[in-house]
Design a protein around this ligand. Structure first.
Ligand code: URA
Length: 434
């Protein structure tokens, strides 16, 4: 086979065969096809799309590009979750200990920040000493021991996705339904979970701009999961405003701990309960979603979920004093208010731009080698539909550099659209596909 022929087929709107997709993924993983040809194919897929059969073939080929874990020797039934990426999305930090505290093992491989969306591993590394690096033996031992692991993706698990993702990130080909489905589901299938809850984000801070597009992506991923024998459900959740108030690594960790203690923003807790409940339902811990929600609330109230989180930080080398007293996490030198530029009601937020603004402050990476500043970011306790008077504080910027602070403050003001009319608050969810 020749890569140039595959590119031409897709460029002209044709269909790639199963054999062609398998060949391309195998050869790219072993380094036999150059990035420039794969970039051309990715762009052709982005523009021409893939049908269901091609998307499934792509997913399975990526899943087979490395190891495929079987965790049943340490846990009879493992659940996993995956978010398609968002701003202020610290859901895993709260959901994972809640589900584990209910007796369902959660072995999760998470990612780093990507573009304007933050990454769970970057957030967790706000704890001094915490590490996501571990071999499969340690992963399994911790899963057996405390029922909770948060690891980095190993080079051996879906390695084709690692290579493809890095290329998509710099070739403008991330926001493609078959490429996102293949990327997410290949990792989930290879990581060995028996049940998978997908958190598909929609809106100005997500890869999917409309509910319709998000539902289509969700349906494809749910079909792939169920066909592979994994119980799969997808929640369509809002990303037209940041999730919770905090954006930025240590700030989000503080908000997550606050939430585990029974506080935190209501909108964030509602989302956490939804995701946790579906994980518990698929794991057979409850027979109805209401019962599952009650279980999730119970382990927050009795402190069991917080204890699980604490155990995980300890097991992975983190400074537990920072869990018990989050004020010991790194703090920004400057904390300044963001003031409402006018009297009115928040009509909309460009959430992607808010995410980028956090990246500019140092909370994320512009290039792969950038070092994260864990202390910086925003706390924005304001939402679409909230009304303010001119000069009211709508949030704070946390920065270690005064020039960056001023720029970020201006970017936040710029990202918010105001109205003189009342505006309805946004729902946190647009339904479930299962
Ligand atoms: N998350 C992933 O893992 N892959 C994508 O393509 C998008 C979000």
């Amino acid at each position: 086979m020749r890569m140039v022929d595959l590119i031409a087929i897709k460029r002209d709107g044709g269909e790639l065969s199963t054999a062609e997709i398998n060949w391309f993924i195998t050869e790219y993983t072993t380094g036999s096809i150059p990035d420039y040809q794969v970039s051309a194919l990715l762009m052709a897929i982005y523009l021409r799309d893939m049908n269901r059969r091609e998307t499934v073939d792509l997913t399975m080929a990526i899943a087979r590009s490395g190891d495929q874990l079987d965790l049943h020797d340490v846990a009879p039934f493992v659940v996993d979750k995956h978010s398609s990426g968002g701003v202020g999305d610290k859901t895993t930090l709260v959901v994972q200990p809640i589900v584990a505290a209910c007796g369902v093992p959660v072995g999760k491989m998470s990612g780093r920040g990507l573009g304007s969306s933050g990454g769970t591993l970057d957030k967790m590394e706000s704890f001094t000493g915490w590490s996501c690096q571990m071999g499969l033996d340690q992963f399994k031992a911790q899963l057996a021991d405390i029922g909770l692991v948060l690891a980095g993706q190993t080079a051996k698990l879906a390695p084709a996705d690692g290579k493809l993702y890095a290329l998509r990130d710099v070739t403008g080909t991330v926001a493609s339904t078959p490429l996102i489905a293949g990327s997410i589901m290949s990792k989930k299938l290879a990581a060995g979970a028996d049940a998978i809850v997908l958190d598909v984000k929609v809106g100005s801070g997500a890869f999917m701009p409309t509910v319709e597009a998000a539902k289509e992506l969700a349906q494809i991923m749910v079909n792939i999961g169920n066909d592979a024998g994994r119980k799969t459900a997808a929640l369509i959740s809002d990303m037209n405003q940041p999730l919770g108030n905090a954006i930025g690594n240590a700030l989000e960790v503080k908000e997550a701990i606050d939430t585990l203690h029974g506080g935190g923003p209501q909108q964030f807790w509602a989302h956490v309960v939804d995701i946790s409940a579906y994980m518990l339902l698929l794991a057979g811990k409850a027979t109805t979603i209401e019962e599952a929600k009650e279980l999730a609330s119970e382990v927050r109230e009795n402190g069991a979920a917080f204890q699980k989180f604490r155990e995980m930080v300890v097991a992975q080398g983190g400074d537990v004093r920072q869990v018990d007293d989050p004020s010991l996490l790194s703090q920004a030198r400057y904390v300044e208010p963001i003031l409402a530029p006018r009297t009115g009601t928040i009509a909309s937020m460009d959430t992607g731009e808010i995410g980028w603004s956090a990246v500019h402050l140092g909370a994320g990476r512009l290039v792969k080698t950038d070092k994260i500043d864990h202390a910086v970011g925003f706390v924005l306790p304001c939402a679409v539909g909230d009304s303010f008077k001119e000069g009211d504080e709508i949030g704070t910027v946390h920065a270690n550099d005064m020039d960056k602070l001023e720029k970020a403050r201006a970017e936040i003001i710029e990202a918010i659209v105001w109205s003189d009319e009342p505006v309805a608050p946004l729902p946190h969810s647009y339904g479930v596909i299962d």
